[in-house]
Design a protein around this ligand. Structure first.
Ligand SMILES: *[C@@H]1O[C@H](CO)[C@@H](O)[C@H](O)[C@H]1NC(C)=O
Ligand SMILES: *[C@@H]1O[C@H](CO)[C@@H](O)[C@H](O)[C@H]1NC(C)=O
Ligand SMILES: *[C@@H]1O[C@H](CO)[C@@H](O)[C@H](O)[C@H]1NC(C)=O
Ligand SMILES: *[C@@H]1O[C@H](CO)[C@@H](O)[C@H](O)[C@H]1NC(C)=O
Length: 435
């Protein structure tokens, strides 16, 4: 008897919730995934996207920053919105953001980026490694939903968290850009915020190309024409947390919002490149390891790794005439002597070996080589100097036409390797809306 009356009680509570829920939440439509279109700026090689924000809504152009801490925009110039809300010190938003500062008084008339009793963060331009302090705030954003194959209905997020940057912080970003779209692993970065707004999986995927690309927030399917669901065939590797922030400015104790993976060795044509493997691990101070970046156009390697990779690659591609290096690249070839394949120039494959010898990220010619002139092809890696913060930074050119899925809950990366093998590319998302 006791059990059935408990059931009755539970059903009453459920009924109560069910009956009030529809009137509280926004009407009916809840997306399972969202998309942002991406383009590549030819002069800066930055990947750009656009969101609609504020009331009235305006398009805001942003540089995509895979490891970025959060969305930040310039609030100093041209930020007009009736729906902007500053995050009050000690509010839930400030603790979510782990803010350690509070502006008690801003000596000016109130406006976005200048309000009394508002908590602050340290927004950074990760291209130039400059940072400043800025207020945490919220405003409306609107974005397109997707079922995986086309853009769908547009949805609004009423109180989307972001940080106010300053105009000077835009220096070094592409023309017309007003901030950076941070997709990092922390709780206030865009992927976690969108997942929280619509209670979908804490997953997102990035598929970049030299033309158009796409970011998916939420789980797959991730469909590229001709109707290939890339989410079905990914290789997985754990994401590694770097306990020390890699941002330009940060509060002591902040972890890094960058995505690190555990590269254990590098092979070129299946031959191990001799490296100092200590550099592949992240040390106590947060130095070393391998991360993925969309603000570095090419892979950046610590000096000794760079030297070793270049020497091994040159040894494996010995039949082809070497020509003078073209900055920032050192190893360049006469392209007329290199054949071509479906996955780009016919050159030795480079494997980033991960958690076991069977799990590796294979890089083919389309991603390893850069055509700098009609007849010159260079190995697209650059020297990152001695003692850099991160030993290997996998850059934009190396991830183009590869789909990368970041699963924040499971802390793992799924990667597709080159989509060119599957006769598609990251530019093949069908952006024709079906609503
Ligand atoms: C902050 O508070 C002071 C004192 O109450 C007031 O004079 C000032 O206008 C306020 N500034 C902002 C930006 O709200
Ligand atoms: C390997 O790299 C570590 C970290 O930079 C350095 O301390 C060590 O001396 C290096 N070992 C060799 C053999 O070069
Ligand atoms: C590449 O080789 C071709 C054919 O031998 C030659 O005409 C051309 O000048 C070479 N280009 C460079 C950059 O060396
Ligand atoms: C792209 O999507 C639209 C809308 O669903 C559809 O009409 C069109 O046929 C698709 N394009 C291709 C190439 O499949």
């Amino acid at each position: 008897m006791a059990t059935s009356s408990n059931h009755l009680l539970i059903s009453c509570i459920l009924f109560f919730f069910l009956s009030i829920a529809p009137s509280q939440s926004q009407p009916s439509f809840r997306p399972k995934a969202l998309i942002l279109p991406v383009t590549k700026d030819p002069s800066t090689l930055q990947y750009l996207t656009q969101i609609n924000q504020r009331t009235p809504l305006v398009p805001v152009k942003l540089t995509l920053d895979l490891g970025g801490q959060y969305l930040w925009v310039d609030c100093e110039q041209g930020y007009v919105s009736s729906s902007y809300k500053p995050a009050r010190c000690r509010s839930a938003q400030c603790s979510l953001a782990n803010s350690k500062s509070c502006t008690t008084e801003c000596f000016s008339s109130p406006k976005p980026g200048c309000n009394n009793n508002t908590c602050g963060l340290l927004p950074g331009n990760t291209v130039t490694q400059t940072a400043t302090s800025g207020d945490l705030g919220q405003d409306v954003v609107s974005i397109q939903s997707t079922t995986g194959s086309n853009p769908g209905q547009i949805v609004k997020v009423p109180n989307f968290l972001f940080t106010c940057g300053s105009t000077f912080l835009l220096e070094g970003l592409a023309k017309g850009v007003k901030g950076m779209a941070g997709l990092g692993r922390n709780k206030i970065a865009m992927p976690s915020r969108f997942s929280a707004a619509f209670s979908f999986h804490r997953k997102f995927a990035v598929c970049l190309s030299s033309a158009k690309g796409v970011v998916f927030f939420g789980d797959g399917p991730y469909v590229m024409l001709p109707k290939i669901d890339i989410s079905k065939s990914l290789i997985y590797t754990p994401l590694i947390l770097n306990k020390v922030s890699t941002a330009a400015a940060y509060f002591e104790g902040d972890p890094s919002s960058d995505y690190f993976i555990g590269v254990t060795s590098i092979k070129i044509n299946n031959k191990i490149v001799p490296l100092n493997t200590t550099l592949l691990k992240i040390n106590q101070e947060g130095f070393g390891g391998t991360k993925i970046s969309t603000v570095q156009p090419y892979t950046v390697l610590e000096t000794s790794i760079h030297r070793a990779v270049i020497a091994s690659f040159a040894k494996q591609l010995s039949g082809v005439p070497i020509v003078a290096g073209v900055s920032p690249f050192e190893l360049c070839y006469n392209a007329t002597a290199i054949g071509s394949t479906r996955v780009g120039p016919a050159v030795p494959q480079i494997d980033l070996v991960l958690q076991s010898s069977k799990v590796f990220w294979r890089i083919f010619g389309a991603n390893s080589m850069v055509q700098v002139k009609g007849d010159v092809l260079c190995l697209g890696v650059v020297d990152g100097g001695v003692n850099p913060r991160t030993s290997i930074v996998i850059g934009g050119h190396q991830v183009e036409d590869n789909l990368l899925q970041f699963d924040l809950a499971a802390s793992r990366l799924g990667f597709s390797s080159s989509l060119l093998f599957r006769q598609t590319t990251c530019a093949n998302f069908n952006f024709t809306s079906n609503v």
